[in-house]
Design a protein. Structure first.
Length: 499
């Protein structure tokens, strides 16, 4: 029984390929909306401020910042709130809620009116859009822990990593859709009013379509089993007359260093990734630009360079390993940004080479930490903490994105010296991400996470993978090698059934 997609007809049995495709589309619709909104918002702002003029350049900058950061703020709140809520009341209801918020927020943003309430002033449309972007961001934030948790709990160990990477690759599709929508609208000469409204509203289409399937999905078996184990443990502890309080074996305290690692790695990566979205137009000017059509074309070129990185990650995740891929990605990003910074003048003379080297930073982002920072926290944490810990990690990532988008403009990347300094800072930040990965990310395979006999007897839902450099182990029993098959112990008594 799949948690993400049900047969549309009782007599139709979908193929394995169809089932995986359905899971990816339903679980990844929020990522498509997130990536689409991130890339399309630049076009929206460009058209919006031509349609509705502000009093000064400084005022325009403030409203642009308001619209951009509102979605990020909403995402940070949504990641923590919905992640925690999903571990308490279940995945299905929260997943339906997050998808609904994305659709409602996007559609309402497209329907804003410049003179809705006369007393609100002439700039009220910017405040309306920012508010509805906040709502959409709130829903998008919840998509991160929910999609990761549901996909992880609905897949077999051998398929889990690749399926999660497939879901996350919907982000790449969102970038591609944004670039194509941008190019088509600009090239076709669509009116300004239609352009910005269509761009904002289109973000809610895919999540709206996925709502039907989310309403039909089952609660994951892993969550139901974890809830049953927690209820049994509560009953047992209530009946026991022990004066010593015992921390649960799956306590968040046991994973404190893991959470620091997944959160810090994601934060450092997003500082670079989101900052890049601010100045990639300054890099692609080497290919020619200055018009909406040429800028749209250049954006499409960067997207086409980055997309294969998702496919490479999907195909090699289990072979390379999660930690190795993340270290490799951060290392290549540091090297490529360093080349762009140190040899800026030389590369600038060969426009296509400069854009290629810069574009490869996006390729190795996706074939590296952009994928693994999503996958790892979706696998290593126990069922009762999975969505919460993933949400915290993702929220730290969005906080890093806010830092990057706020701080990097002060480097003035539109100038040669500013762009060079931005590249060098990105390189240094990637090195910090590499260090965080080495010391605070566990090395494991999908098989290592399967609970062994000791885990099952203690009620653990996921085998604890330690950070060997720190010697982080909750109990000696929790670090014994995983069994190839979970059988009853020698006495013949069945093991506790846990997720």
């Amino acid at each position: 029984r799949t948690a993400l997609l049900l047969p549309l007809h009782a007599h139709w049995q979908p193929s394995p390929c169809a089932m995986i495709t359905g899971k990816v589309l339903v679980a990844g619709s929020g990522f498509l909306a997130d990536a689409y909104s991130l890339y399309i918002i630049g076009l929206v702002q460009g058209v919006l401020f031509l349609e509705f003029e502000t009093s000064s350049a400084a005022e325009e900058k403030r409203f642009k910042s308001l619209i951009t950061t509102s979605a990020l703020v909403g995402a940070v709140i949504g990641q923590i709130f919905f992640g925690t809520l999903a571990d308490r009341i279940g995945r299905k209801r929260v997943f339906v809620c997050t998808g609904s918020l994305i659709s409602v927020g996007a559609i309402l943003a497209a329907c804003t009116q410049p003179n809705l309430v006369e007393s609100w002033g002439k700039h009220q449309i910017f405040w309306q859009i920012a508010f509805f972007q906040l709502i959409m961001g709130f829903g998008i934030g919840g998509e991160y822990p929910l999609s990761a948790t549901i996909t992880s709990e609905s897949a077999t160990p051998s398929e889990r990593g690749r399926t999660m990477a497939l879901v996350f690759s919907m982000q790449g599709l969102g970038y591609l859709v944004a670039a194509l929508v941008n190019l088509i609208l600009v090239a076709s000469g669509a009116s300004r009013n239609f352009t910005w409204r269509f761009c904002l509203g289109f973000a809610g289409v895919m999540p709206a379509i996925s709502l039907y399937f989310r309403l039909q999905m089952h609660e994951t078996d892993a969550f139901q089993r974890a809830a049953a184990v927690a209820a049994a443990a509560t009953t047992s502890s209530a009946g026991a007359e022990s004066g010593v309080a015992r921390r649960p074996v799956d306590s968040a305290w046991n994973y404190r260093w893991h959470v620091l690692g997944t959160a810090l790695s994601w934060c450092l990566f997003d500082i670079v990734f989101y900052a890049n979205s601010l100045f990639h137009a300054d890099v692609t000017e080497a290919l020619g630009g200055g018009t909406l059509v040429l800028d749209a074309r250049n954006t499409l070129i960067i997207v086409l360079i980055m997309l294969p990185g998702y496919w490479a990650a999907i195909g090699t995740l289990d072979k390379l390993g999660r930690k190795n891929m993340q270290m490799m990605g951060f290392s290549m990003m540091a090297l490529l940004f360093l080349l762009c910074g140190l040899f800026y003048e030389e590369l600038k003379k060969v426009g296509w080479l400069f854009v290629l080297v810069y574009g490869l930073t996006f390729f190795f982002s996706n074939f590296g930490p952009n994928t693994t920072t999503y996958v790892i926290p979706g696998e290593i944490y126990p069922t009762r903490l999975k969505a919460t810990c993933h949400g915290i990690s993702a929220a730290c990532g969005k906080a890093g994105a806010a830092v990057g988008t706020f701080c990097f403009p002060y480097l003035n990347p539109s100038t040669p010296a500013g762009l060079k300094n931005a590249m060098l800072i990105c390189s240094g930040t990637a090195v910090l991400g590499l260090v965080a990965t080495i010391f605070l990310t566990p090395r494991y395979t999908a098989r290592d996470l399967e609970p062994n006999a000791s885990d099952q007897s203690e009620g653990r839902s996921v085998h604890f993978v330690p950070l060997h450099l720190l010697g982080d182990r909750p109990t000696p029993e929790a670090t014994t090698p995983a069994m190839t098959s979970l059988q009853a112990p020698a006495g013949g008594k069945p093991l506790l059934q846990t997720p």
